[in-house]
Design a protein around this ligand. Structure first.
Ligand SMILES: *Cc1c(COP(=O)(O)O)cnc(C)c1O
Length: 367
């Protein structure tokens, strides 16, 4: 019997696998698998979320006006050039569907964020993955992959899962050499964690033309991954397109209220970023001393390289037995690596001790 069939690219999609949250038989689990902020939701956001209970029968503000104004005030951006989404993933999907389509090509780097490939295939695009240098996106490789069919280039900066960053001059060089008809999406999900002086999240390039978008999220440093809030900063014509295609009430009322409160939380971003800097350096130093290779990271995570897939799998099992859940990287063509999210100081200590024990044990087996 003939059956309905999706368009051919759909069945090339491998479903996204999120970070795991439980280990059977282990009571206390420490989840370091999804790059969630180390400190839970900001206190003000918890209160704002709770306060929405009495009005949950009301539809949310479909245009998220107050949230856009709060984002605009915080980041010095025009609220009219902001669109909010149910996570930035929502906006990544919308951009692919609106600007991609069958016969078009989407370029991302080989170890770029996996949602781009899923959203691109959903939109019918052919997804082109370009080679990297030292797990860092290579502007020349991206430019070399451009064809007349190219519609979209996605770049996470810093990139998840590698942690690598392209400095502002490289991003500008990329934009300057892409055709003007190609939409460049700069995904700055980890912007608040970066302290390199040569970093730009993307607003400058958005303002400089009509073909660059910056996406941001409340899921990482703002600690609201469970509520699904993200936003895009884009030129007016792209804002217009996003407002035509997004679901009318894509960001729910509790999420809008909590996100506004998270922006207002005194010192939240500064404290979280400082903690991350300290703990990321400490974890990197300890694990390096234990003989592991850690890739330099500008995010709230580090990629640990165990050399072989077998060693990475063994380390993952070893950690899980102690209730520590990190992220295996097979889906990212990095089966010899594990991605470790920076948690609280105690969580980082437990992870450092466990991986040091694993390394000691592995060395003993070899001896
Ligand atoms: C976590 C992450 C996002 C955020 O996704 P949300 O849908 O906003 O939760 C986007 N891009 C990258 C690179 C990420 O790591």
């Amino acid at each position: 019997m003939p059956t309905p069939t999706p368009h051919p690219e759909i069945l090339t999609i491998k479903p996204y696998i999120g970070g795991e949250a439980a280990v059977p038989g282990v009571a206390r689990v420490i989840k370091l698998s999804s790059n969630e902020g180390a400190f839970g939701p900001p206190p003000g956001a918890r209160a704002a979320y709770a306060a929405t209970v009495a009005t949950l029968h009301r539809y949310p503000d479909g245009g998220a006006r107050k949230l856009r104004e709060a984002i605009g005030a915080r980041f010095g951006l025009d609220p009219a050039r902001i669109v909010c989404g149910a996570g930035s993933d929502d906006l990544i999907y919308a951009l692919c569907l609106a600007y991609g389509g069958q016969g078009s090509e989407l370029i991302m780097s080989r170890h770029g964020f996996s949602i781009y490939a899923i959203a691109g295939a959903y939109a019918g695009c052919t997804v082109i993955k370009t080679p990297e240098r030292d797990l860092t996106a290579d502007v020349d490789a991206i430019l070399g992959a451009v064809t007349p069919a190219t519609r979209l280039v996605f770049l996470a900066n810093p990139n998840n899962p590698t942690g690598s960053l392209l400095p502002a001059p490289e991003i500008h060089r990329l934009r300057a050499n892409l055709p003007e008809t190609v939409l460049l999406v700069l995904d700055a999900a980890y912007a608040e964690y970066v302290d390199r002086p040569d970093y730009e999240a993307g607003a400058t390039l958005v303002d400089a033309g009509d073909n660059t978008v910056m996406t941001r999220t409340f899921s990482k440093i703002f600690g609201l991954g469970g509520l699904r809030v993200g936003w895009a900063y884009a030129p007016p014509a792209i804002i217009d397109v996003l407002n035509r295609v997004r679901l009318p009430f894509n960001v729910n009322a509790a999420a809008q209220a909590a996100a506004i409160a998270a922006l207002a939380e005194p010192g939240w971003v500064e404290t979280s970023a400082a903690h991350n800097r300290t703990e990321r350096a400490r974890l990197t130093a300890t694990l390096s001393a234990a003989g592991l290779k850690l890739w330099p990271s500008e995010g709230n995570f580090v990629l640990a390289d165990f050399t072989t897939p077998e060693a990475a799998t063994a380390a993952d099992q070893f950690l899980r037995a102690r209730g520590l859940i990190v992220r295996p990287m097979g889906a990212y063509h990095l089966p010899h690596c594990l991605r470790l999210t920076i948690g609280t100081t105690e969580e980082c200590d437990l992870l450092a001790v466990a991986l040091t024990d694993f390394q000691t044990q592995a060395a003993r087996k070899l001896a």
